[in-house]
Design a protein around this ligand. Structure first.
Ligand code: GLU
Length: 443
């Protein structure tokens, strides 16, 4: 993650490229990449061309500018986005990302991915994504609260429990969602407060969130890895893991995999990379990051650089940071058997092609990290019904949902002889196409 994705680009010649080079190549077009997966899947499924054309673009693109008073007394103008890709299967659904490199095109890609994810998981949701272009680490807690509140105020009734339901993503968390919900409840008039809590998911459990949401994305990644291991007759006990990104997804994945006897030997985040051949104490590392905001300064690991990280001998790699991290050179360097995408879009198409050529298996994002939105759905259902579920119920449902989707992906991939990623898009597309065939185009 040393090199922000916007400064890197896929290398066409499959040659290792030092990450320190000054890049002059054009910017990674994430939205184009996601559109190309749709086009690939559409060639395998019988998709009327107008449906494919509709799904290539989002339905709504909202951009808001709003002023916020900073602690210094000065005012700063922020740019917020909400991209609503599709609501043909249900309310728009997807996270809010706070990141300094956020762009309209990235949100368009990420919003479309939510449509594929929800459709693959059989959830009654469409897809959306949004957020604010700024670095949330650069502001105080009070400023973060005011920025979040002004953003959700600006969105007004463009979101809502029956219309568009945001959730946490990179740079946001349960606290962000508590501010978001509070702002919505205080500004949009409604009668049924309880159900209106479902305007966002990923809230603190004390404020209408669900147990199991915090760990859900990591848990989903682990269910996929465990299922892959079972089907491949691969024993997880004693195996090694490397993780890029140690936020919600990366840290929970590492902790939950430790219970399967898998040890984390290298880890990286926005501050750099650490290596420990003996295996990190993941609980302690997670605690350290919760207190210090990053892995920087953690004592029980040796500093390595980004290139070294990608060459660490291990069995499983979980990218859990940003998109476009595994280009051809990283894919060429990796010494693992499996890549499970905890992040959205971490492999570029060039990187994925190299992984395939080298026989490294891939569990794609739309399946692997879908545990988060799946448990978001459970939270939304509980809010609607004024229910509070226990952890066993959430965990049991999530495991079944992940394994069912895994099977749908495998069936499609086997039938159509295509990569797992295209199979996920294919399954999702079949579901969406059927709805378009039933409902047709208005008027
Ligand atoms: N941001 C997460 C994702 O990319 C979760 C979305 C949600 O829970 O709605 O899947």
């Amino acid at each position: 993650m040393n090199a922000p994705s916007s400064q890197r680009a896929p290398d066409a010649n499959d040659r290792p490229v030092p990450s320190t080079r000054v890049s002059t190549v054009e910017r990674y077009d994430f939205h184009r990449v996601i559109q190309s997966y749709l086009d690939d899947a559409a060639r395998l499924v019988n998709v009327p061309d107008h449906v494919r054309v509709i799904l290539r673009e989002p339905k709504n693109e909202l951009i808001v500018h709003f002023p916020v008073r900073m602690d210094s007394g000065e005012y700063r103008l922020f740019k917020g986005y909400r991209i609503q890709h599709s609501n043909i299967l249900g309310p728009y659904k997807g996270g809010m990302r706070y990141h300094e490199h956020a762009s309209l095109d990235d949100f368009k890609a990420l919003g479309a991915m939510m449509t594929w994810k929800c459709a693959l998981m059989n959830l009654p949701f469409g897809g959306a994504k949004g957020g604010i272009k700024f670095d949330p680490r650069s502001v105080s807690r009070d400023e973060l609260s005011r920025i979040t509140r002004r953003f959700f105020h600006a969105l007004g009734s463009n979101i809502g429990p029956d219309y568009d339901v945001p959730a946490p993503d990179v740079g946001t968390n349960a606290q962000t969602m508590a501010w978001a919900m509070d702002t919505y409840l205080n500004t949009v008039g409604m009668v049924k407060k309880e159900a209106a809590m479902g305007v966002v998911t990923g809230k603190p459990v004390s404020s209408g969130g669900t147990v199991g949401r915090e760990t859900a994305t990591g848990q989903g990644v682990v269910h996929c890895i465990a299922e892959w291991a079972r089907r491949s007759r691969f024993k997880l006990e004693g195996k090694k893991l490397i993780v890029q990104g140690f936020g919600n997804v990366g840290s929970n994945t590492a902790v939950l995999l430790a219970a399967h006897g898998v040890s984390l030997v290298a880890v990286g985040d926005h501050t750099g990379y650490l290596y420990n051949p003996e295996g990190f104490n993941v609980h302690r590392l997670k605690q350290y990051v919760a207190q210090n905001g990053s892995i920087a300064g953690y004592a029980n690991g040796q500093k390595i650089n980004r290139d070294e990280f990608f060459t660490v001998q291990a069995d499983i790699f979980v990218p859990a940071a940003l998109e476009n991290q595994i280009g051809a050179s990283e894919a060429e360097a990796l010494q693992v058997k499996l890549v499970a995408e905890g992040a959205n879009g971490p492999c570029s198409p060039e990187g994925e092609a190299v992984l395939a050529r080298r026989g490294i298996e891939l569990l794609p994002d739309v399946l692997a990290n879908a545990g988060g939105v799946t448990v978001s759905y459970y939270e939304w259902v509980q809010n609607r019904r004024s229910e509070i579920w226990g952890i066993e119920e959430v965990e049991e449902r999530l495991e079944k949902a992940m394994l069912d989707a895994y099977e749908r992906m495998t069936q499609f991939a086997t039938t159509h002889k295509c990569p797992n990623r295209i199979a996920c898009y294919g399954v999702a597309l079949q579901r969406l196409v059927q709805v378009y065939l039933d409902r047709e185009i208005f008027p």
